[in-house]
Design a protein around this ligand. Structure first.
Ligand SMILES: [Zn+2]
Length: 149
C-alpha cells in the first residue's frame, strides 16, 4: 500500500486482500475517507495509521497469570504470585503486582468478575485505598471485622 495514493473501497479491498464490507466496516469504526465525495476514497497513510492503531489496541495482554511490565517490555508473572486489586469503580479496577524479574510495578485494568480467570493461582488482595506492596510479607485478609464491643 502506498501512503500517498488514494484508494477506492474496491482497490483497498483488493490491495489488502479483505472483503469490501470489511473496508466499509473500518469506515464505520473510524477510518476517515479523504472527503465526502463519491466514490469514497481513502488515503493510504490514514488507512495504515488506522490499522496500526487497531492492532495496538488489540495488543492488550491476554495471557492468564501475567501483566505487562514496561521495563521488561514483556508479559511477566507477578512476583510471589501476589496481586493487588485496586477498585476504581463498581465492578472494575486495576490489578497491581510486582514484576517477577525486575520488581517494577505492573498494572492491568480488569473487571472484578474476570480476576479469577485472568490471575489463576495467584493470591489476589483487595487493596483498600493505599498501596500495600511495599514491605508486605503476608496477606492480611482478616481486617477489623471482629472489633471488641
Ligand atoms: Zn519487569
Amino acid at each position: 500500500m502506498k501512503l500517498h495514493r488514494s484508494y477506492s473501497v474496491e482497490e483497498l479491498a483488493r490491495c489488502l486482500d479483505v472483503h469490501k464490507n470489511t473496508v466499509r466496516h473500518w469506515q464505520a469504526k473510524g477510518l476517515e475517507p479523504i472527503d465526502k465525495g463519491r466514490p469514497v476514497l481513502f488515503q493510504g497513510a490514514s488507512v495504515r495509521s488506522f490499522l496500526a492503531s487497531r492492532n495496538s489496541s488489540r495488543k492488550q495482554p491476554c495471557t492468564p497469570g501475567t501483566l505487562y511490565c514496561f521495563r521488561c517490555r514483556s508479559l511477566r508473572a507477578p512476583a510471589l504470585g501476589m496481586v493487588d486489586f485496586v477498585p476504581m469503580r463498581p465492578g472494575s479496577g486495576n490489578l497491581r503486582a510486582l514484576c517477577e524479574c525486575c520488581e517494577t510495578i505492573m498494572h492491568r485494568r480488569v473487571r472484578e468478575a474476570d480476576i479469577a480467570a485472568i490471575m489463576p493461582g495467584c493470591t489476589v488482595q483487595f487493596a483498600q485505598g493505599q498501596p500495600r506492596l511495599s514491605g508486605q510479607t503476608a496477606p492480611s485478609l482478616n481486617c477489623d471485622f471482629k472489633r471488641q464491643g
